[in-house]
Design a protein around this ligand. Structure first.
Ligand SMILES: NC(=O)c1ccc[n+]([C@@H]2O[C@H](COP(=O)([O-])OP(=O)(O)OC[C@H]3O[C@@H](n4cnc5c(N)ncnc54)[C@H](OP(=O)(O)O)[C@@H]3O)[C@@H](O)[C@H]2O)c1
Length: 267
């Protein structure tokens, strides 16, 4: 059964990588789309590449401009008369040691990857509650479950999402509102290009693990399956990759994982 026909799905971070791949996959599955990020021309490119471009709208927004969220949310609801699903996906990563990372960098990652999700959830939630229907999809990461060197800000922001959205799920279940948290491993996108380094400048290169990750279209296909099943939480990525093993060790043998991470930190 196709769960997504005519559903109105709002995707943040839709101009690139995972968000772009999700736009193509959901459009092919018959959904109506709202595509958000800062770069309008990139969003237009994605819209044009969708299977049903006439059923997709571009809704530019800066996820750090919290005061604009109420207006953006009203525009999103107004575009098709409702929003059925919000995919919190826009985000940034970081590559620097704790000892050298400026506090401002720690804050910037948290503002974008965590607080913007909280703020946008607050503006759309009354709509979901009123309709007694809605689905939040949250792009966490394997780094939302474990910790490795050089990722303190990123891992902290992703861990925080689990706490917040697990609580929200428990609060809104009676209103028929779902929460699916996705924890991808390495996916081939531009994420490491834009990674913040110790002083906030961008890394500007593609990390080896990202280059060897799962292609974004394959990740999107896995995501649609997990979302369609209403999963509470789902790993997305290579079935044979070290990331899946890391999640299992974290759960059943955390000491072994910590020793492995010390010996083989991710690149
Ligand atoms: N790639 C991976 O291996 C991986 C693994 C686990 C989780 N994830 C998560 O997947 C999500 C998407 O990342 P990606 O891998 O697809 O990276 P990406 O290709 O760099 O895409 C990041 C997206 O976030 C948007 N964005 C960044 N800053 C923004 C801002 N201030 N306001 C609005 N939008 C903003 C970008 O759009 P604009 O520049 O147009 O604003 C872009 O569409 C992130 O949450 C990331 O943490 C990725």
């Amino acid at each position: 059964m196709n769960h997504f026909v005519n559903k109105v799905i709002w995707i943040t971070g839709a101009s690139s990588g995972i968000g772009e791949a999700l736009a193509y996959a959901f459009s092919a599955a018959g959904a109506r789309l709202l595509l958000s990020s800062r770069r309008t021309e990139e969003l237009e490119r994605v819209r044009a590449g969708c299977a049903r471009p006439d059923q997709a709208r571009v809704l530019p927004m800066d996820l750090l401009d919290f005061p604009s969220f109420a207006v953006r949310t009203a525009e999103a609801i107004g575009a098709f008369g409702q929003v059925d699903m919000l995919i919190h996906n826009g985000g940034i990563t970081q590559r620097s040691l704790v000892i050298e990372t400026e506090l401002e960098v720690q804050r910037r990652v948290m503002e974008l990857n965590y607080f913007s999700y909280v703020a946008l959830t607050r503006t759309i939630l009354p709509h979901f509650v009123e309709r007694k229907s809605g689905h939040f999809v949250v792009m966490s990461s394997v780094m939302g479950k474990i910790g490795t060197p050089m990722r303190s800000a990123y891992a902290a922001s992703k861990h925080a999402l689990h706490g917040f959205f697990d609580c929200l799920r428990a609060e809104v279940a009676a209103s028929n509102i779902q929460v699916t948290i996705l924890t991808p491993g390495y996916i081939q996108t531009n994420i490491s290009q834009h990674a913040l380094t110790k002083d906030g400048t961008e890394l500007g290169t593609t990390s080896e693990n990202i280059a060897q990750g799962l292609p974004a279209d394959k990740a999107a296909a896995q995501m649609l399956r997990a979302i369609g099943h209403g999963a509470f939480e789902a790993y997305i990525g290579k079935s044979s990759g070290g990331e899946r093993l890391a999640l299992m060790l974290n759960r059943w043998a955390p000491g072994v994982l910590i020793r492995q991470v010390k010996k083989h930190p991710p690149k």
